[in-house]
Design a protein around this ligand. Structure first.
Ligand SMILES: Cc1ncc(COP(=O)(O)O)c(C=O)c1O
Length: 320
């Protein structure tokens, strides 16, 4: 009996150590991670470099059939390494969710937060891992302590989910949600900043800025807008759904207060992964938001292993 007990506890310890630190997936796929990274590092990511793009193409199984899918932005196809990771951890979790998900896989949470923080140029403490940009932005939209009459300024070109969220607060709580309309695309950053600046009133508490506007590819001058807003005591929420993993920037360099994104777009992480960044030092509202997690949802419990599978392939392309 005692040998059976010691066998069981030894097996549990072995399983735990296999998953700890950088996760079982890293151990299993260390070689393919290293190969992919080496190949990409040795190739210049410019539009003309066929060898570079061949490496990227080989990493994906998408579009091998007759259908050519042009919308890979809303949700990106997953590279083979991510698909494999999903299979590995789904199978593992199904063998005993309460053990593998709660006790073992949970150990990957902090290493993932640190990797994402490094990619974002942020403090891991400022990052919450969640299901998508919508969840991240709604956490802020519905969590900000606004009073009746307080004003938020966005644009008609923002994403409909966010527009509707602000309209809900307007209907329920009597905040004032004002929308500007631009003739995009535009390279006149000063005109964009001026339009926001002119719209500000003493009631304005927040600017809602979409970093990369999905309809037309417009890149908003977030840093200039944030500096202008801060000079007038106004906070800035950035919808980075399409910029994170595509444009070359670090979140703190945008000078905004809140930033939400999906990881399943340009980072090619599994469907149902995102992050919220909240500037720790500056925001007086830090800590007020309801950021929850549930052991019962397998997909979120396992994200910490699947998302790292996407990181070696991540390479922001645009310099801006
Ligand atoms: C600008 C923008 N914001 C937010 C979202 C919402 O992203 P998700 O559905 O991944 O939460 C999208 C979706 O494509 C988008 O284009």
């Amino acid at each position: 009996m005692s040998s059976r007990r010691s066998f069981l506890s030894k097996s549990a310890l072995m399983a735990a150590s296999a998953f700890s630190a950088n996760s079982l997936f890293n151990l299993l796929h260390a070689q393919s991670f290293a190969d992919a990274q080496r190949l990409l590092n040795s190739r210049v990511p410019d539009a003309e470099n066929e060898a570079y793009w061949a490496t990227v193409q080989d990493s994906y199984t998408a579009n091998k059939g007759d259908v050519i899918i042009l919308n890979n932005g809303g949700v990106s196809p997953q590279p083979l390494s991510v698909q494999k990771a999903l299979d590995v951890y789904n199978a593992q979790a199904s063998q005993g969710p309460s053990f593998y998900m709660w006790r073992i896989m949970d150990k990957g949470r902090e290493p993932l937060r640190q990797q994402l923080a490094a990619l974002a140029g942020a403090d891991p403490e400022e990052i919450a891992i969640n299901r998508n940009a919508t969840e991240a932005l709604n956490t802020v939209i519905f969590g900000l302590p606004l009073q009746r009459g307080d004003e938020v300024i966005g644009t008609v070109q923002d994403y409909p989910n966010m527009i509707n969220a602000w309209k809900q607060r307007q209907l329920r709580e009597g905040i004032h949600y004002k929308q500007l309309s631009f003739d995009f695309p535009s390279e006149d950053e000063d005109a964009i900043v001026k339009a926001f600046s002119d719209a500000i009133t003493p009631q304005t508490k927040l600017l809602h800025i979409t970093h990369l506007i999905n309809w037309v590819g417009q890149i908003m001058p977030v840093r200039k807008l944030a500096d202008m807003a801060h000079s007038r005591g106004i906070e800035v929420l950035v919808d980075g759904a399409h910029s994170f993993g595509l444009l070359d920037f670090k979140i703190p360099d945008l000078h905004c207060d809140y930033f939400g994104t999906s990881l399943h777009k340009f980072l090619s992480a599994p469907v149902g992964s995102g992050l919220l960044w909240i500037k720790k030092i500056r925001s007086p509202t830090f800590g007020r938001f309801c950021v929850t997690t549930s052991h019962a949802v397998a997909i979120s419990a396992n994200l910490k292993h699947w998302v790292p599978a996407a990181l070696p392939l991540s390479r922001p392309l645009a310099r801006r």
